[in-house]
Design a protein around this ligand. Structure first.
Ligand code: BGC
Length: 440
């Protein structure tokens, strides 16, 4: 029988990535990109966006929807050219509130109710009857057939709205807009949120190479080439499947809505890290190694413990003693032994460190695939609360890039960039349409 210390050491070592593992994984990520691009079997879908780098001189007023999973943001955005953007109006809704207006209960989420709810939200920031082009940031994997045609491959982040998978989301949105007498809105472009984040950054920073989200979900896109044309490619990197899972990763995956899918996202996404932590702690309790006389205190239901709680637990300003810790107070653990509290912190830290390093490794893979001469300057455009609110996550990610990349890579936070990026996408699409019409 292993002691608490021995068991924790074993878990920590399973969560630790050694330098050789880091290099092997980065290469395996790069190889998966290449295979995906060649249409070979790969966990990376490499989805073309039909958009390249914006010029920075796009102008006009556009509408935008940013549907990320748990929230819906609607905006009216003025692109001023000269790399400047102004948000004229915006509103943010919790998805459940959007749904409640339509069918009273989020549980009966059908595709048409979802898009009607989104259209109703959008109505609140637009000038009625004033014609406007719309960019739609849709944070799910979709196969793009054109700049404003996107067939949802499958829902992620545990969203379940019926009758959307396999459908063109622009068609569903157009139908919803018509049902709300909003024919003055023309959907011009649909982008993944990583692509939106990329565009928002590249509008004023031409060195942007990668757009990435580290929030509830995880994914990246990069500026590559498709059919010989410069194009932003959505990797759907959350589906990368070459990282060896611990037994806890396996349990989390098996109990999720979509076992076998989004394996990387389940190791790095804010939706999952709190649950991974809970699974490890419950295992230590079941093994009779932790909280012996007060084990019932930690019997929480799945997903009750949030990733934000891990940040609270690791907050450097928090005392290292359970008696005064906000985390311990929230979960009624103030009177556990200080060693036990230390174990909680060690595990939380290892989970966040592994997550950040895995994301960093995926950037190394992208850089190896696209960046040519050493020493170039690149920017990663980043959005998402995990990166923003976790100093440990941010520093571990930067540590990986600094230590292992031959280039000078900076991470730039582009908060809520995907909505702005969607507006830029609409402007680029409208511009291209005008050029085509002018040619005929
Ligand atoms: C989706 C991606 C999205 C990411 C971040 C993932 O679950 O598959 O399309 O970019 O979440 O929102």
């Amino acid at each position: 029988m292993l002691t608490l210390k021995e068991t924790v050491e074993r878990i920590l070592s399973e969560l630790t990535l050694t330098p050789p593992q880091i290099l092997v994984l980065a290469e395996s990520f790069r190889a998966a990109m290449e295979a995906g691009m060649r249409g070979k079997e790969s966990s990376l879908k490499m989805l073309p966006s039909f958009l390249g780098k914006p010029a920075g001189n796009e102008t006009g007023t556009y509408a935008a929807i940013d549907f990320g999973g748990s929230k819906v943001r609607v905006l009216r955005v003025k692109l001023q050219g000269r790399r400047q953007v102004e948000i004229v109006r915006q509103k943010v809704f919790e998805l459940q509130d959007v749904m409640k207006r339509i069918n009273g209960r989020a549980a009966d989420m059908t595709g048409s109710a979802l898009f009607e709810g989104i259209a109703a939200a959008l109505q609140e920031v637009l000038i009625p009857d004033a014609p406007v082009s719309l960019g739609h940031a849709f944070s799910f994997p979709f196969r793009q057939l054109g700049v404003n045609q996107a067939v949802l491959i499958r829902w992620t982040k545990e969203i379940k709205a019926s009758a959307v998978e396999g459908e063109d989301v622009t068609r569903l949105l157009t139908k919803a807009l018509a049902a709300k007498q909003m024919n003055y809105v023309t959907p011009a472009a649909v982008v993944n949120d990583t692509v939106g984040t990329y565009l928002a950054s590249a509008y004023d920073e031409p060195a942007t190479l990668i757009g990435s989200i580290c929030g509830t979900g995880h994914n990246s896109c990069y500026l590559g080439a498709y059919d010989g044309k410069e194009m932003i490619i959505n990797l759907e990197s959350g589906n990368f499947d070459r990282v060896a899972p611990t037994v806890y990763d396996q349990v989390l995956d098996a109990d999720s809505d979509r076992p076998g899918e989004q394996r990387l996202e389940k190791m790095v996404g804010g939706r999952y890290l709190g649950e991974l932590f809970r699974l490890i702690i419950v295992d230590l309790i079941e093994k009779n190694l932790l909280f012996r006389d007060r084990r019932e205190k930690f019997y929480l239901s799945p997903y009750q413990l949030k990733t934000e709680d891990l940040s609270v637990l690791l907050n450097p300003e928090e005392q290292e003693s359970p008696g005064t810790s906000k985390f311990a107070e929230k979960y009624g653990l103030q009177d556990v032994r200080i060693e036990e509290y230390g174990v909680l912190r060690q595990i939380a830290s290892a989970i966040l460190t592994r997550a950040a390093r895995l994301v960093g490794i995926s950037y190394l893979g992208i850089l190896a695939q696209v960046a040519q001469s050493a020493g170039k300057r690149y920017v990663v455009a980043m959005d998402g609360s995990l990166y923003e609110k976790n100093p440990q996550f941010a520093s571990q990610l930067q540590y990986i890039i600094k230590t292992y990349s031959r280039h000078s890579v900076g991470v730039k936070m582009v908060k809520n960039g995907s909505g702005i990026g969607a507006a830029i996408a609409a402007a680029v699409a409208d511009g291209e349409k005008r050029i085509k019409i002018a040619k005929f």
